[in-house]
Design a protein. Structure first.
Length: 255
């Protein structure tokens, strides 16, 4: 840390190229302390609030996932992986239009699609593919496998991956019950399972269907988003929930 009490903001800006070069060659972070302002020298100037103590100790390492994410996004393009799940896609029974739509949303926002993958309804494939995708990209969007049938295993597999228990989301349960009653369908144990969600996720409310979306974050600040495979439900969630959240979490080129 370099503390220069009398340095003005103008002088700090003049010194920026030199200290920026030093900061890039060192594992530590460099700060210049000026009255009521601390200019962080790592390629950006970030003022502290007026109430901050000028000589307060600033940690060189930031621990939270959000802070680590904010540091990374200033240095490189955000990349995404799109994973579509379903044996019906692999055998050609249906055409995967979801990945096309998702890619358009991401590209418009300034997120680069690194890879698109279609896999079957097996826990092992989901676990292995998601682990590799989260290691390579900051954002992973998954569609499919959220229905009420036994072969829809995405939700429970994600709970296992993130080592999370499950609980009933009351808002989702009430919504599912109302939707089914309007259609004259019994709200049975199978349908009740739609309201069960992993404890560690943020629920993305699906106003147009019974399967909610889910937002997960790992310790690196990387994001995994699970969406229903029904195209119009997926599309509404991308527009209403996913894209606003991604724009809030990451500093994107198109923001």
């Amino acid at each position: 840390m370099i503390a220069i009490p009398e340095m003005t903001p103008a002088i700090a800006m003049w010194c920026l190229p030199y200290f920026s070069a030093v900061g890039k060659s060192s594992s530590s972070e460099i700060y210049i302390i000026i009255p009521a302002t601390a200019a962080r020298i790592n390629g950006n100037m970030a003022p502290f609030p007026e109430s901050s103590t000028p000589n307060m100790a600033v940690s060189a390492r930031q621990s939270s996932a959000q802070q680590r994410r904010q540091q990374k996004i200033l240095k490189k393009t955000i990349k995404a992986t799109i994973i579509t799940i379903g044996d019906e896609i692999l055998i050609g029974q249906i055409v995967d239009t979801n990945s096309v739509s998702i890619a358009k949303h991401l590209n418009t926002a300034g997120i680069t699609v690194h890879e698109k993958i279609s896999i079957g309804d097996t826990a092992q494939q989901i676990e292995q593919t998601l682990a590799r995708a989260l290691a390579q990209t900051e954002v992973v969007i998954i569609t499919g496998g959220l229905g009420p049938t036994k072969d829809d295993i995405t939700k429970h597999t994600l709970a296992k991956i993130f080592e999370s228990g499950m609980h009933e989301d009351k808002r989702v349960a009430d919504h599912v019950r109302t939707m089914l009653e309007r259609r004259g369908i019994e709200y049975n144990a199978l349908n009740q399972g739609q309201a069960m969600v992993p404890d560690c996720c943020t629920v993305l409310f699906n106003a147009h269907g019974t399967a909610p979306g889910m937002w997960f974050e790992d310790e690196r600040g990387h994001v995994a988003i699970s969406l229903p495979g029904v195209p119009f439900e997926m599309e509404h969630l991308m527009e209403d929930e996913v894209m606003p959240r991604l724009k809030a979490c990451f500093t994107l080129r198109a923001n």
